[in-house]
Design a protein around this ligand. Sequence first.
Ligand SMILES: Nc1nc2c(ncn2[C@@H]2O[C@H](COP(=O)(O)OP(=O)(O)OP(=O)(O)O)[C@@H](O)[C@H]2O)c(=O)[nH]1
Ligand SMILES: [Mg+2]
Length: 322
Amino acid sequence: MDQLLTDFRAGRTRALARAISICESGNGAPLMHAVYPLIGRARTIGLTGPPGVGKSTLCSALVAHARKLGLTVGVISVDPSSPFSHGALLGDRIRLTEHFTDPDVFIRSMASRGHLGGVSGATADAVSLMDAFGKDVVVIETVGVGQSEIEIAEIADTTLVALQPGSGDSVQVLKAGILEIADVFVVNKSDHPMALQLQREIRSMLEMLHFSGWVPALVATQALAGIGIDALWDAVVDHDRFLKTSGALEHRRRAAFAQRVRALALGALESRIDAALETLEDARDPYAAAAHVLRGFGGAGDAVGFRSRRARVPPRSSVKGV
Ligand SMILES: Nc1nc2c(ncn2[C@@H]2O[C@H](COP(=O)(O)OP(=O)(O)OP(=O)(O)O)[C@@H](O)[C@H]2O)c(=O)[nH]1
Ligand SMILES: [Mg+2]
């Protein structure tokens, strides 16, 4: 551990890789304790969107842009599908290969399934580690398939939502409530004939909403050709400035911190509850059983009852006039 920390502080990439593995295996507590005072400097960017929209290509282009500006970069590619299917990871690796030999770019693939707290578990640790290691920018790529994009929005300072022309994505956006989490919409593959149509649809969706604060930006890109990446970077910088000047950054980071604490505490509680369930005898009903389990922890057994889930990402917009 001491050697690892020495190497980590000395900027040895292998120590960063090892540190992330330790957190992935669920033993990150002492490590995080040691490096946590170093965090808070990195600009964290979440990049989500449907499969095949061009997230990895965009990511690679963003990395190239940041490197041109002299910034060091960490990339986390989250594969929510399965820890065992490496198909997507392989594709990502190919698209990011141009950065493999660059010592100032650190790329890591992670599986979110199997981790308690999904994306917000080990991924949040990896972001913290890259930040503490001194990366100026950390990009987190994840396929938008349900919960993972919400979790990304909780971790990242700025969330980019990439959409694909001609795919009905704007309808998906409305359905999935992605409007709530997007700081920047990216219409990628803008070489596609339906690209202008998609931009129009997004713009009219945004016009129907009232935003208190930041209004999501809309950028068209052709990631493969590197077109529009300057504008995308500018949008990220604009959002970063907004976060810092409005006080929203502090608010967002506090919310992210609370979410991590909740995930960790719930994880620990769940293990204890599971253990208690194994030894549960002749409970009359679920309420009585839950009260019994809680009393075993020294908790208030009489406080057993449902609690409605509150929204984790506070709404950033509302429909105009409502
Ligand atoms: N025409 C066109 N194709 C693009 C563009 N950007 C990416 N692609 C292609 O789209 C395909 C998917 O790109 P990826 O970057 O792997 O997409 P992804 O969103 O990371 O995919 P998953 O990680 O599998 O969800 C690849 O064949 C890219 O070459 C673009 O601007 N225009
Ligand atoms: Mg990808």
